[in-house]
Design a protein around this ligand. Structure first.
Ligand code: PEP
Length: 271
C-alpha cells in the first residue's frame, strides 16, 4: 500500500489573539460553509475564550476544533493558564510549541515535550510546531535546528515515561515566514518534511513516521499554497492570518481538496 497517499490532507487555521466569543461563532460558521470540500480535514483554533462558541457553531459541519496551547502541567498553581483536561468537550486538537510562544513565553523544547504528554493523556491531537530562525537558515543550520527541536521534545516525552502520540501532526513553520508575507520554497519545505519523518522514525514513533502528516506554515494564502501542496511530502498547512478571511479559507481548502482527490487517484491507481 502507498502509505504516503494514505495520509490525510489537513488545513488548520490558527486565529491567534483575534476574534471574541461574540464574533467567533459567526466566522467559524461562514468558514465551514465556504469550505465544504471532500477529503480535507479542517480544523479551526480560536482563542480559549471562544472555544465554546466555535464548538457550538461547528456542530454537525465536520470542521474540528483545536486549542492554540495547553499547559505543561496537569493542574496546580498556574494563574491564568489552561490545562489539557480543561479542554475536554471544547477541543479535540491542540497546537503545541508555536514559535510565537517559544519567542514570547520562552517555551523550551523540554516544556513542549511535557505539553505533548498532556495531549496524549487527554486524547488531544497535537500539532507540534518546529522551525528555524532566519539566521539559522542563512548559516546553513535550518535542518540541525529542526532536528534538535524534535529530538529534545521527544526525549522529554520519554523521560516522562510516555510515548509520542501516534496521531501526531507536525507543522514545519520557518519563523521568518510567519506573518511576514514571505514563504519558504516548496522544495525546501519538502526537504524539511523528509527530515522530520527521519527524526521521528529514529525516535521510534508507534506506527512509523510515514503516517505522520507534516504541514507547512508561514504566510500561507490561497495564492501561495499550491507550491506546498505540490510536494507529496507535505500534507496541508497551518494557516495564521489568512484563516481569519472566509474567501482565503475557501480558496485554500478548495486547493487542498484538489490535492486530496489527486492523491486518492494515485493511491487507487497504485493499488
Ligand atoms: C501561524 O500562525 O502558524 C502562521 C503560520 O501564521 P501566518 O500564516 O500568518 O504566517
Amino acid at each position: 500500500m502507498d502509505m504516503k497517499a494514505a495520509r490525510p490532507v489537513i488545513i488548520a487555521g490558527n486565529w491567534k489573539m483575534n476574534t471574541t466569543p461574540a464574533s467567533a461563532g459567526a466566522l467559524a460558521s461562514e468558514i465551514a460553509r465556504a469550505t465544504e470540500v471532500d477529503g480535507v480535514t479542517r480544523v479551526l483554533c480560536p482563542p480559549f475564550v471562544a472555544l465554546a462558541a466555535v464548538r457550538d457553531a461547528l456542530a454537525g459541519t465536520g470542521v474540528e476544533v483545536g486549542a492554540q496551547n495547553v499547559h505543561a502541567e496537569v493542574a496546580g498553581a498556574y494563574t491564568g493558564e489552561v490545562s489539557a483536561q480543561m479542554l475536554a468537550g471544547l477541543a479535540s486538537w491542540a497546537i503545541v510549541g508555536h514559535s510565537e510562544r517559544r519567542r514570547d513565553q520562552g517555551e523550551s523544547d523540554e516544556l513542549i515535550g511535557r505539553k505533548l504528554v498532556r495531549c496524549v493523556e487527554q486524547g488531544l491531537r497535537p500539532i507540534l510546531c518546529v522551525g528555524e530562525q532566519l539566521e539559522e537558515r542563512e548559516a546553513g543550520n535550518a535542518e540541525d535546528t529542526v532536528r534538535v527541536q524534535l529530538e529534545r521534545a521527544t526525549a522529554e516525552v520519554r523521560r516522562q515515561g510516555s510515548e509520542l502520540p501516534p496521531d501526531l501532526v507536525v507543522a514545519y513553520e520557518p519563523v521568518w515566514a510567519i506573518g511576514t508575507g514571505r514563504t519558504a520554497r516548496g522544495s525546501d519545505a519538502a526537504v524539511m518534511a523528509q527530515l522530520i519523518r527521519l527524526v521521528l522514525d529514529e525516535s521510534g514513533i508507534e506506527g512509523g513516521a510515514e503516517n505522520v502528516p507534516v504541514l507547512y506554515g508561514g504566510s500561507v494564502t490561497s495564492a501561495a499554497i499550491d507550491e506546498f501542496l505540490a510536494e507529496p511530502d507535505i500534507d496541508g498547512a497551518l494557516v495564521g492570518g489568512a484563516s481569519l478571511k472566509v474567501d482565503e479559507m475557501a480558496g485554500i481548502v478548495a486547493r487542498a481538496g484538489m490535492t486530496a482527490s489527486a492523491r486518492r487517484q494515485t493511491k487507487d491507481g497504485a493499488a
